[in-house]
Design a binder for this molecule. Sequence first.
Ligand code: AP5
Ligand code: ZN
Length: 215
Amino acid sequence: LNLILLGPPGAGKGTQGERLTASEPLEYIVTGEILRAAVREASELGLQAKGYMDEGQLVPDELVIGLILERVRAEQATDGFLLDGFPRNIAQGEALDGALSQLGRDLNGVLLIEVPDEEIVRRLSGRRVSSSGRIYHVEFDPPKVAGKDDVDGTDLIQRDDDKPDTIRKRLAVYHEQTAPLIGYYEERGLLHRFDGTAPADEVEAHVRKTISTLR
Ligand code: AP5
Ligand code: ZN
């Protein structure tokens, strides 16, 4: 089962991806986390990516496509992959199609989590994350101890790109560059829409129900 999570910044892709892959044997490939790890390690890729990420722009395709397709090709999970944050424009979608057809594998579904722009700013300004990427919200999904990760007790932080100005830029980039993928997958009957304004448990239940029909 090969799936894509699509949706604007803050829609809940990471929240749902974490929940699904905790029980489904899918390889979870999170482009944003891979890039943030590269920035932390100050690798060549990280140094090149950082400026774009801080600006809320997409990292250039030359840096991202090869990196993610390598992960897709190496994927060894029993049940396939769940891509979060890739593809993010039509060129990336076409590159993924090319790689999958070379591998003789199908894309089984695209899960689109929809949340209106007004709600996004509230979501992202209250988000806190652990160093390993676990996701919380000060109001909607608070940790057990304020400011500390539930699992390892380390301090929670705010992502560098969760500032109001950068959030607005990320939204604009989503509408211009990523949203065209909705039609791209809808035409092929692969798109499944979810109301991302519902509580996370409800979104999860809907997504799981859809996934069970795709097997
Ligand atoms: P990336 O990390 O992918 O960021 P994003 O797409 O902007 O999405 P987010 O991670 O911000 O949101 P999410 O949908 O995962 O929401 P979450 O579950 O955390 O990308 C970051 C940057 O990397 C990009 O700007 C770009 O520069 C670069 N990049 C990444 N991929 C790239 C690519 N393919 N090509 C080029 N560049 C790329 O939830 C958000 C908050 O809401 C949390 O606090 C959560 O607790 C809360 N929440 C979640 N669900 C609910 C709910 N149902 N109700 C209430 N609160 C909720
Ligand atoms: Zn995310």
